[in-house]
Design a binder for this molecule. Structure first.
Ligand code: 13P
Ligand code: SF4
Length: 304
């Protein structure tokens, strides 16, 4: 089996030949993050996908991220190194379910987390990411919204904007949902001087115990800017690789047991190389679905 440096060289050569850009989410394996042109959170990577001049986008992430890139950049070829990389939360709200929910609440805006299928986005008024959910909902000026699929991100929005009534879909991220207040208390006991950064996909009783509630790229910026030297990082453990690069010399701890999203780990350097070499695993979004999803996604990338 070739070593990491050899695979990196091979991937960079193939990317040049195919006029491809490699985007990697902050939860990807470290060696995959290291070969990417850009790493980031869902919002940052969506913006990269919409702005790139490259002909091909290789998305080292999960399926909904590659679909979002295709919605924004229909003329590009979007390749997902492992087609089985899904998001269990996105699967918790189908288009049929959303259509029924919407019909039961006529006239109420539908706000959808980017962790959702293209079919669900096509039935949505606006999409959000963890980095801008509060700002997007505030910009709507609505007094009631439907929010899905993540009940925890929706609760976070509701608490930040008490003037908005947020009706929640009951979806969640299995990786973040597992975290308990007791784990946070235990980590704080072991690291009393550490700052606690939690992702808003965590339960409200966990978010309540955090010093900062942030998207993954916001965590990278906070770690670099904070006066603290040590951080308890309450999100998927892949972020620790990016944190070590963003704030060298600082210390980062994940919870015990470590938070791992299996879907984020199935992408390997070999799979990135294979799709670049063979042009396989192309993401296709039917044009009528793409057109209906586009406005909601464009509104998402426009707001900080
Ligand atoms: P962000 O990197 O946008 O915070 O997303 C977290 C996540 O769970 C993506 O699946
Ligand atoms: Fe989905 Fe959670 Fe994995 Fe993100 S970390 S891809 S929300 S299961």
């Amino acid at each position: 089996m070739p070593d990491t440096a050899t695979l990196h060289d091979e991937i960079r050569t193939l990317a040049r030949e195919r006029d491809a850009i490699i985007l990697a989410h902050n939860y990807q394996r470290g060696e995959v993050q290291d070969v990417a042109d850009f790493t980031g959170d869902s919002l940052g990577l969506s913006r990269q996908a919409s702005e790139t001049s490259a002909q091909t986008i290789v998305f080292a992430g999960v399926h909904f991220m590659a679909e979002t890139a295709k919605i924004l950049s229909p003329d590009k070829t979007v390749l997902l190194p492992e087609l089985g990389a899904g998001c269990p939360m996105a699967d918790m709200m189908t288009a049929d379910e959303l259509a029924t929910w919407r019909e039961a609440h006529p006239g109420i805006p539908v706000v959808t987390y980017v962790n959702s299928s293209a079919d669900v986005k096509a039935l949505s008024d606006v999409c959000v990411t963890s980095a801008n959910a509060v700002a997007v909902v505030r910009s709507l000026g609505a007094d009631r919204i439907l929010f899905g699929p993540d009940r925890n991100l929706g609760s976070w929005v509701a608490r930040a904007l008490p003037e908005v009534e947020v009706l929640l879909w009951e979806g969640f991220c299995p990786t973040h949902e597992r975290v308990t207040p007791e784990q946070i208390a235990e980590a704080r006991k072991r690291h009393p001087d550490a700052e606690v950064m939690a992702h808003p996909e965590c339960r409200p009783d966990v978010v309540d115990l955090a010093d900062f509630v942030l998207s993954t790229s916001q965590m990278l910026r906070r770690a670099a800017d904070s006066p603290a030297d040590e951080f308890i990082v309450v999100t998927e453990e892949g972020l620790l690789h990016a944190l070590a690069k963003a704030a060298p010399g600082k210390r980062f701890v994940n919870l015990e047991p470590r938070m791992i999203c299996r879907n984020m780990k199935v992408t390997t350097l070999e799979k990135v190389r294979d799709v670049l070499r063979d042009g396989t695993n192309e993401i296709v979004v039917p044009e009528d679905v793409r057109e209906r999803a586009l406005t909601a996604v464009q509104r998402m990338v426009a707001i900080d």
